[in-house]
Design a protein around this ligand. Structure first.
Ligand SMILES: [Zn+2]
Ligand SMILES: [Zn+2]
Length: 447
């Protein structure tokens, strides 16, 4: 176990924090796996199972187009073990009524709801004679559709903040109470302030909670340089299923995969900060025409190795790096030893797999150069860095792949690409993939 102190007093505008609080987040870092004598084997066995879930979901409580119970039912019937509701700046805890004619789901969503859950829908007429439907709360939906050990719903929020015109959205998972966006003096400051608020709530409640940065390339709001410095926030979305969030970047902006490699290199080798993990999520808003080019469920997810299907166990497991992210590829196991990394794929008939081991070796050039536009003016974008950051170190074809450390690695991660096209991708032309979480290599400075 490693233990990192995060001085909350870095943020003076967290109004409910009057004095310095030190929050200690003990993380079972895979960082120690490389040096550990004992290998870390992520594999279902005994009472440990892989649980598939989505950590990013919108409903009629904000700008999604379906009712919580319908969305929970979709994920339940599509093989998911857990689902986190993350509406914008709201928890579904109050009494709220909606007019089907006017809301995003329109009459179609209302009719489907009544068909699927007869004798469940509470309705009334408003003064204009329109039907109103009561939005069910998280608690009600959780009691209706959750099943202990089988299917779990998690109360969460998309803390929807910004700096000037740049969106800064962060998902807070397993919240006890609402986090109001705190703003800040820069994109980094916005992230750090909201992170500290989550950590303070976590401390007060004694419950495991986590916060992650959503879709950094949405309006290209967050750069690698912004995100790498945030303390106490060790997750970001390397794959978000919304078609408008630019996972792949463009000629000016780095892809989310590239952002990850820059962050990992700088955090481990220069900033003395822990690993950042990469998440796959849906960010679903549209539930009525699947597949189409809306923001739909079923595109990206996480698979967590846990002893129990409860929110705290899942958060603890993710903080320990005991998960992978996927847009279709299923893994059997990931093993980290002091020699290297091994990945075993759960193959699908007729599908081929290529695994890239990606990492940075010591001695890489540290300086990045700013991105300039055609007029030579600096663009707000992740800087250009040497290709020695996030190099492809080895490529392996087949259902299993391993990488042996040569002693110079700062970190290594694996990306598995399938020959199978994604059936409903965020961006056209994607194949199914799995993102294996990084391991700290033998050349990373000790923290
Ligand atoms: Zn968002
Ligand atoms: Zn969202």
């Amino acid at each position: 176990m490693t233990c990192q102190e995060s001085p909350i007093n870095r943020v003076s505008n967290v109004s409910n924090l009057k004095h310095l609080v030190l929050i200690c987040i003990c993380v079972f870092a895979l960082a120690s796996a490389a040096a550990a004598a004992e290998p870390v084997s992520l594999k279902a066995s005994g009472n440990e199972k892989w649980y598939k879930g989505n950590l990013h979901t919108h409903s009629l409580w904000s700008d999604g187009d379906d009712y919580l119970e319908m969305i929970a039912d979709w994920y339940k019937t599509h093989g998911y073990d857990f689902l986190s509701f993350t509406d914008h700046n709201v928890l579904s805890t109050s009494e709220r009524w909606t007019v089907p004619e006017k809301n995003k789901g329109k009459l179609h969503a209302y009719q489907e709801l009544k068909k699927r859950f007869p004798n469940w829908v509470e309705e009334r007429k408003n003064k204009d004679g329109q039907i109103e439907v009561r939005l069910r709360t998280f608690k009600e939906v959780s009691e209706k559709l959750g099943e202990p050990g089988q299917y779990l719903l998690i109360q969460s929020e998309e803390v929807t903040d910004h700096f000037k015109n740049l969106p800064v959205h962060m998902n807070a998972t397993n919240l006890h109470s609402l986090l109001t966006p705190l703003g800040g003096k820069s994109v980094y400051d916005v992230m750090q302030n909201n992170t500290n608020a989550l950590l303070a709530q976590r401390e007060r409640s004694g419950k495991s909670m986590m916060i992650h940065l959503n879709h950094p390339n949405f309006h290209y709001g967050v750069t690698a340089e912004d995100l790498m410095k945030v303390i106490g926030e060790n997750f970001f979305e390397v794959y978000n299923g919304h078609p408008g969030v630019n996972n792949k970047g463009d000629e000016t902006h780095a892809s989310t995969d590239r952002i990850w490699d820059i962050i990992l290199t700088k955090r481990l080798a220069e900033l003395k900060l822990p690993v950042m993990y990469g998440l796959g999520t849906d960010d679903g808003h549209n539930y009525h025409k699947i597949p189409s080019r809306g923001s739909e469920p079923g595109r990206g997810w996480v698979v967590v190795l846990s002893k129990k299907l409860d929110a705290e166990s899942l958060v603890d497991a993710m903080e320990a790096g005991r998960f992978y992210s996927s847009s279709g590829v299923k893994l059997k196991s990931v093993t980290y030893t002091d020699q290297g990394v091994q990945v075993e794929i759960e193959p699908e008939e007729g599908v081929e797999y290529i695994t890239d081991f990606i990492g940075t070796l010591e001695g890489y050039p540290k300086t990045g150069t700013p991105v300039l536009d055609k007029r030579g003016l600096e663009v707000r974008a992740t800087k250009h860095y040497s290709n020695k950051i996030g190099r492809r170190l080895k490529t392996v074809k087949g259902n299993s792949a391993s990488y042996d450390f040569n002693g110079k690695e700062i970190y290594v991660r694996a990306l598995v690409r399938s020959s199978k096209p994604h059936p409903n991708p965020a961006q056209i032309g994607e194949v199914e993939r799995a993102w294996v979480q990084p391991v700290v290599g033998p050349a990373a400075p000790k923290q």
